[in-house]
Design a protein around this ligand. Structure first.
Ligand SMILES: C[S@@+](CC[C@H](N)C(=O)[O-])C[C@H]1O[C@@H](n2cnc3c(N)ncnc32)[C@H](O)[C@@H]1O
Length: 201
C-alpha cells in the first residue's frame, strides 16, 4: 500500500501548512488560556521562554508584553506567516524551524506547551520528552496545557495522565496539575494544566 501524501501526515509541515492556509484551525484560541495568565503572575523576573509549535502565537505576544524573553517557533511556513501578522511590532523572536532539530545555544527557563504534544504522532513522543529535557535549564519548568485521551486516531493525539507522567519522569517532577475550565470545543473536558519542574540532578 502506498504511503499517504505529506499533507495528510502530521509529522510533515505540509499537513499544517494546508490547514493554516485554508483557515481550518479549530485548535486556535482567540485569547490566552486563563491558567497561563494565572501562572505568569506567580513567576518572578522575566524568564527566557520557548513556545514550540506556536501556531498563531497569541500567548507569545501576551508574554512579551510582560517583558518575558520569548522565542516562538513553528515548522509550518503558513503558521509562521499568520504568527508574524499577530506579532507585528512585538519583540518576540519568531523562528521558522523544527522543534527537534533547531539549534539553540543556551537552555530556556521555561517551555510553554499547548496543543503541541497532541499534534505529534505518538512515535515522536520519546523524542519530545528528551528534547524538552535538553532545552530546559535544571530548575526550570515545562508548563502548559496537555490534552488527555487514548483514541488511536488524531491529531489531536491524546495522552493519559499516567503515560504523560511516565514520559516525562526521566527529566521532570510534577509540581502542579489542574483541570482546565476554558477549553475550546475540540478539547473540552480533556485538558489539564501542568507544571513539570526540570530535575536538577
Ligand atoms: C495543533 S497546532 C497548535 C498551535 C498552537 N500551539 C496553539 O495552541 O494554537 C500544532 C502546531 O505545531 C506545529 N508543529 C508540529 N510539529 C512541529 C515541529 N516538529 N516543529 C515545529 N512545529 C511543529 C504545527 O505546524 C502547528 O502549528
Amino acid at each position: 500500500m502506498s504511503e499517504k501524501p505529506d499533507h495528510q501526515r502530521p509529522e510533515h509541515a505540509a499537513f499544517w501548512d494546508k490547514r493554516f492556509a485554508e483557515g481550518v484551525t479549530p485548535w486556535a484560541a482567540s485569547g490566552v488560556p486563563q491558567d497561563l495568565m494565572r501562572h505568569a503572575g506567580t513567576v518572578s523576573g522575566t524568564p527566557r521562554i520557548l513556545i514550540p509549535g506556536c501556531g498563531h502565537a497569541r500567548e507569545a505576544a501576551w508574554l512579551a508584553e510582560r517583558d518575558w524573553d520569548v522565542t516562538a517557533l513553528d515548522f509550518s511556513s503558513a503558521a509562521v506567516a499568520v504568527a508574524a501578522r499577530i506579532l507585528a511590532g512585538s519583540p518576540v523572536r519568531l523562528r521558522h524551524d523544527d522543534f527537534f532539530t533547531f539549534s539553540e545555544t543556551a537552555p530556556f527557563d521555561l517551555v510553554y506547551e499547548r496543543a503541541f504534544l497532541c499534534a505529534l504522532p505518538r512515535k515522536r513522543w520519546p523524542d519530545y520528552a528528551r528534547r524538552m529535557g535538553e532545552l530546559i535549564v535544571p530548575g526550570g519548568a515545562l508548563i502548559g496545557v496537555f490534552f488527555h485521551g487514548d483514541d488511536p486516531k488524531g491529531p489531536p493525539f491524546g495522552i493519559t495522565p499516567v503515560a504523560l507522567a511516565e514520559l516525562l519522569a526521566p527529566w521532570f517532577t510534577l509540581e502542579d496539575a489542574r483541570k482546565v475550565d476554558d477549553s475550546l470545543p475540540v478539547f473540552a473536558g480533556r485538558e489539564e494544566w501542568y507544571v513539570w519542574r526540570r530535575r536538577v540532578s
